[in-house]
Design a protein around this ligand. Structure first.
Ligand SMILES: [Zn+2]
Ligand SMILES: [Zn+2]
Length: 457
């Protein structure tokens, strides 16, 4: 069996193995699993509502012996509870029934940009049929190329033949060896079309922003912003959906597809929080936190009061159960609400914020190398110097930062102030395109302050 056939066979087996693995790992969760927590949320809320209205408020309104307050108080509590429950239910229905926005419905399927370019260039250069395996492509009938192929095999340098990335992420391949190779050697670098060369000469190394004189490489102990050109289509290709993802879209494993402006997958709403339901999610956690605290505070307050006055010697166990549930529910939703407000004002999704967090952790580790633990002022000064050079990590250093918290907030929650509190309306973006921070280059890489537009420096 010839070497190219062997390579092809191994390639097919390896690809099949990967496909099985991908199917196993990235299989969409069954519908019942996805929606189970929605049913649970509704059931828990229904139980809490029954205890609050049917026992706690009813006892007061009908003046039962076990009532913990006056009839008027019962009516006030019932009215406030009904208004809050209405807001929570309305927001919940909106967030559960509004799709987060699935990229597959709005973006046409396509080959990966690397494959397209490779195919176009190979078919024009070598006149080979499109769709052929890269490993099989060799300049047939060209004695000089065959000779060089033989030489390459003999010299054991076939590791420079690189297959295209199937994940669409692995673009920044290791730079090829120095061009010591013979000029006739075939070299394929397929993952990044900018570095793609199907030529008789060794390829240029992948573009690195720090190789030009404008971008001197950062010293070892310094801030290291990401150099990934994340706006390039090959960085955004989803091999599972076979689409070039719109900016900020991510593939959700649970939903099994790419979600526009993916924030996180929330089992409590049965799908993702994304471009089109992010606003409703914020409305929901906002009202749910208020409702949780209202139930907890009123039940606890009246139970303590009645205990002091010996009006009701035994606390109703259902009151205790609902207090525990409402406290948990309220704290969880409150923390979620505060996190969401903070991130929306920074124009970061939850998944994007993780990258910033790890960058800050790396930076702390670097500072710990540079300074002793007690040199707090020196550490602050170093960080200040880095901020002078690059801008603040969360703000100027964020590709999606629009320049002010208000603008970022309105992008998600809309311009109408009523929309910030009621589950109506929509944000300002279409989920497919987002304005970018002009401090970044066209490929989505942060530049130093000196290279920012003059009015922003
Ligand atoms: Zn996808
Ligand atoms: Zn999801």
């Amino acid at each position: 069996m010839s070497r190219s056939n062997q390579q092809s066979c191994c390639g097919v087996i390896e690809e099949a193995r990967l496909q099985v693995h991908e199917r196993r790992v990235h299989k969409r969760q069954p519908w019942i699993v996805l929606k189970f927590a929605v049913g649970l949320t509704v059931a828990v809320n229904a139980y809490a509502a029954y205890v609050y209205v049917g026992i706690f408020c009813r006892d007061m309104i009908v003046k039962n012996q076990s009532a913990l307050g006056s009839q008027a108080l019962g009516i006030v509590f019932l009215t406030v509870f009904c208004i809050l429950l209405l807001m929570v239910s309305w927001s919940y229905v909106m967030v559960v029934t509004t799709s987060p926005g699935y990229a597959i419905n709005l973006v046409k399927k396509t080959d990966s940009p690397g494959q397209q370019l490779a195919r176009a260039q190979l078919s024009s250069t070598l006149d080979d049929p499109p769709g052929m395996s890269y490993e099989l492509l060799s300049p047939k009938g060209d004695p000089s190329q065959n000779a060089s192929d033989t030489r390459t095999k003999r010299e054991g340098r076939n590791d420079r033949l690189q297959a295209p990335s199937t994940s669409g992420k692995n673009v920044n391949l290791a730079p090829p060896a120095a061009p010591e190779a013979a000029p006739q050697e075939m070299v394929f670098v397929l993952a990044n079309p900018e570095t793609l060369r199907v030529t008789n000469q060794a390829p240029l190394p992948p573009e690195n922003p720090y190789q030009t004189s404008l971008h001197p490489p950062p010293p070892m102990f310094s801030r290291q912003p990401s150099t990934k050109p994340i706006l390039l289509p090959e960085y955004r290709y989803c091999s599972k959906d076979k689409i070039v993802k719109p900016p900020r879209a991510h593939h959700c494993r649970a939903c099994g597809t790419c979600v526009l402006k993916y924030d996180h997958h929330c089992p409590w709403i049965g799908h993702c929080v994304g471009a089109f339901n992010h606003k409703f999610f914020v409305n929901f956690v906002q009202w749910a936190a208020i409702l949780g605290f209202w139930i907890f505070a009123t039940l606890l307050g009246l139970n303590i009061k009645s205990q002091r006055k010996f009006l009701a010697p035994d606390i109703n166990p259902q009151h205790i159960a609902v207090m525990a549930l409402s406290a948990l529910f309220g704290i969880f939703c409150f923390l979620m609400f505060m996190t969401q407000v903070h991130l929306i004002m920074l124009n970061q999704t939850t998944v994007e914020s993780l990258a910033f967090r790890s960058m800050k952790e790396r930076e702390q580790a670097t500072l710990a190398h540079m300074h002793s633990w007690y040199e707090i002022r020196a550490k602050r000064q170093t960080q200040k110097n880095w901020d002078e050079e690059w801008g603040r990590i969360d703000k100027e250093g964020n590709l999606w930062w629009l320049g002010s918290s208000r603008e970022n907030w309105e992008g998600v929650m809309g311009k109408n102030v009523w929309w910030w509190f009621l589950p109506v309306g929509h944000g300002l973006q279409d989920g497919l395109s987002y304005p970018t921070n002009p401090r970044f280059d066209k490929q989505g890489r942060l530049r130093r302050r000196g290279e920012w537009p003059p009015d922003l420096r």
